[in-house]
Design a protein around this ligand. Structure first.
Ligand code: 5AD
Length: 324
């Protein structure tokens, strides 16, 4: 298979192939060539669950009045990032809803403070902004920005985000790339009305930017959202999409997404031998964790950042991986 040149029809065929072992083996071979056995473990701080947006799949959407809202202070965010660095993390992902309390100046302050105290890569994931805001954040020292495009299909996007426009979303990713961010896109598998063709277009969009990272995860219905009755996304189809992303973009960073792990830990672990090379670990303070409920999660017993990091290292060792 001449790989990076996969065309739309090839991608559809691979997504539909029920015996995908060959696909996974090919993706794994490429991952070994470009990444070795190394998995990058990233700390994620979920800093605010206030959100202005109305995404109909997400438990944080502004119409969900049953959710207790929280917002960490800049000092708490900075202190958590430092604790994560001291526990061995080399990247911290600062993620929250589109919360207008956090102005560009505040983001810049948080980024500069963390950078002045620790040598750690910073990813911000805080939604759509104007180019001038992204630019200021980049100048403040932010290395990466994560903004999943969710779907490239105009009609599906409109239904899921009434009043918003897919072109604006896709354009944010192009702007981020132009400003020199390591740019993370991504999408969900199993959204209502999504087809194989939709997913093929999502993959080709990621390649076209080109994104440096892509989070591809199954949709999980949340009971307090308009999509509560919708079916959950397929883990198998998710793994195929991840494998194809690896083939399209050999050097891209591909997380084994949290939502995949929430549905099935074994499926999440399998994706590390089918293209994935990143995992994100929550370091959000315990008192907030349950409130960052994008989709329902059983958090189990929450331990210290250092203990949880040690557990991830053990998991990776058990599947024959190294970590950084
Ligand atoms: N199921 C799976 N993933 C979801 N996200 C939001 N809601 C859901 C859901 N119900 C993902 C989106 C978003 C990221 C933070 O979480 O892709 O970008």
């Amino acid at each position: 298979m001449k790989t990076q040149n996969l065309q739309f029809d090839d991608i559809c065929r691979l997504l539909e192939d029920d015996s995908a072992e060959e696909l996974y083996a090919l993706a794994d071979g490429i991952t070994r060539e470009t990444k070795g056995d190394m998995v990058n473990v990233r700390a994620i701080i979920e800093f605010s669950n206030y959100c202005n947006r109305n995404c109909s799949y997400c438990g944080l959407n502004c119409h969900n009045t049953t959710l207790g809202r929280y917002r960490m202070t800049p000092e708490e965010i900075i202190a958590t990032a430092i604790e994560a660095s001291d526990a061995g993390y080399k990247t911290v992902v600062i993620q929250g809803g589109e919360d207008p309390w956090f102005t560009t100046d505040i983001y810049c302050h948080i980024i500069k403070e963390i950078k002045s105290k620790r040598d750690i890569a910073i990813t911000l994931s805080a939604g759509e902004m104007r180019e001038e805001d992204y630019s200021a954040i980049r100048k403040a020292g932010c290395d990466r920005y994560l903004l999943k495009h969710e779907t490239t299909d105009e009609n599906i996007y409109k239904k899921l985000h009434p009043g918003y426009n897919v072109e604006d979303r896709l354009n944010c990713l192009r702007v981020l790339k132009r400003l020199g961010f390591e740019t993370g896109g991504g999408f969900m598998i199993g959204l209502p009305e999504q087809t194989i063709e939709t997913i093929a277009n999502d993959l080709l969009f990621i390649q076209s930017v080109p994104c440096d990272m892509a989070g591809i995860g199954p949709f999980i219905p949340h009971p307090e959202t308009p999509l509560k009755e919708a079916g959950q996304g397929s883990t198998e189809l998710t793994r195929r999409a991840v494998a194809i992303a690896r083939i399209l973009l050999p050097n891209i960073n591909l997380p084994a997404t949290t939502s995949l792990g929430v549905i099935d830990k074994d499926e999440r672990n399998k994706v590390f031998s089918g293209g994935a090379n990143v995992i994100m670990k929550k370091v959000t303070p315990e008192k907030y964790r349950e409130l960052y409920e994008i989709y329902p999660v059983n958090h189990g017993k929450i331990k210290s950042i250092a203990e949880e990091r040690a557990e991830i290292n053990e998991l990776l060792a058990s599947i024959g991986k190294e970590w950084d």
